[in-house]
Write a protein that binds this ligand. Sequence first.
Ligand code: ADP
Ligand code: ZN
Length: 532
Amino acid sequence: DQPRPDTAGGTPEEVLHRVFGHPAFRGRQEEIVRHVMTGGSGLVLMPTGGGKSLCYQVPALCRPGLGVVVSPLIALMEDQVAALRQQGVAAAALHSDLPEEQAREVRRDLARGGLKLLYVSPERLLLDGTLDFLTRHPPGLFAIDEAHCVSQWGHHFRPEYRGLGLLSERFPEVPRLALTATADPRTVEDIRAQLGLQDSPVFRGGFDRPNIFISAAPRESERGQLRAFIRAASDGTGAGIVYCGSRARTEQTAEWLRGDGHDALCFHAGMEPEAKREAHRRFARGDAVIMAATIAFGMGIDRPDVRWVAHLDLPKSPESWYQEIGRAGRDGLPARALLLYGAGDIALARHRLLESPAPDEQKRIERARLEAMVSIAEAATCRRRILLRCFGEALGPGDPENCGACDVCRNPPRLFDGTVPAQKLLSAVLRTGRRFGVGHLVDVLRGRVTDKVAQFAHDQLPTFGVGKDLSDAAWRGVARQLVALGALDVAIENHGELVPTDAARPILKGEQRVMLRAETVTAAAPRDRAGR
Ligand code: ADP
Ligand code: ZN
């Protein structure tokens, strides 16, 4: 038997070069690989395309024994196995779609120790026969891909994944590496609990897309703003996407763009299948083609040269925005994203959530995501930094203040010293007992005796009516910016009440000044000026 290149082993760097042909590890890969090499378990959170596979493939090839990879999708397994074999790695897949003859061959290879990586569906893994085999031949590691499937919390729950909890009991010595692109905190905690990873580290990384310049602006002259953006962002060949909040708006926008001399298409879920396919085809091929679409346009965009993505309406969460702008610049060349938003959008989105028939808990979470999105739109500090924080990631080593590739960093907005309004708001939060959302707090600040104010005797508080100098909209702006600055949290688990963080204390004590964006806070609504 010739020694196979993969079983020759070596250091992780050698395997990375020799087997995978990459010159260096990317992001946190190296750290993760080292951790697994020394027998550690953990959870890896990286976006799609972030390079999760190498995190378990490299240690599997370096460590003695078999690397067992649990994967929920047969097509995904087959792709991975085919790619690995091409690279000379002894890999195979075991799942229910495999013809019996091939399954027998895989088992034979396994029995004689001829495999380094086995991709397996959770059902197959949990069969007594498989578990017994693995007990007799302890694997070098378990990788649990698409680990969010273990959580009932998301939309991808797979009951078979629940059974994977037994791996930690039956194979306590074998490192377990769970991997997912989902960074939602609830799901993350659920994965850790289900897979027995509570005491193991979580590695987050790779969410930054530094080649995408991100910007946001209040909507003024929508079309003028879009026109200027396209002029700056388009290179005359690559494509662009305009995301719109409604089907009608995609059609109107495409028509307007065509009138403005562009090759523009539209796409939304209400179109006939054939029209959708045609739109996809034209988008895939066109030079300087523009798609005006709802979020239904997403799957199957494989153009690497989407040069820009614009949002005419506020996305519902930082996660969606991230995913949508992430369709730009896959070729690694400079790309741009523009987000337009208006106070009306925000109010409408909040209203829709209130009216939605979803369970309360889900509504609260969606509300918190919406508020996080608003705080990115309103940011007075680096937008990329706030966005990455939503995924628990820092901007870079030492978490620098400035990314250099967003509009705020490039052209810092006009700021004013908002310490006094910030103190008023924070003190209203404290005096009302940290139990209320922004609406009630604004009523208190502006001195309105609503039923709720009367019920809690909040008109007796010293902060009652101290905020008459600013409009409702301005107070909401102060609140959102304090959320963006991290001095206030929107309570996800409860009713969306504003809760001060440790960062609020120095502000209240006057030890720290707060700079707020002037445009948001000083623009009092006319109705308010007229003397409410
Ligand atoms: P994920 O599973 O996180 O979606 P993959 O593991 O499929 O991502 O990796 C995405 C792409 O990045 C692949 O084409 C892979 O070859 C490439 N890649 C991963 N790590 C590296 C690296 N260290 N150097 C260069 N390319 C890499
Ligand atoms: Zn920035």
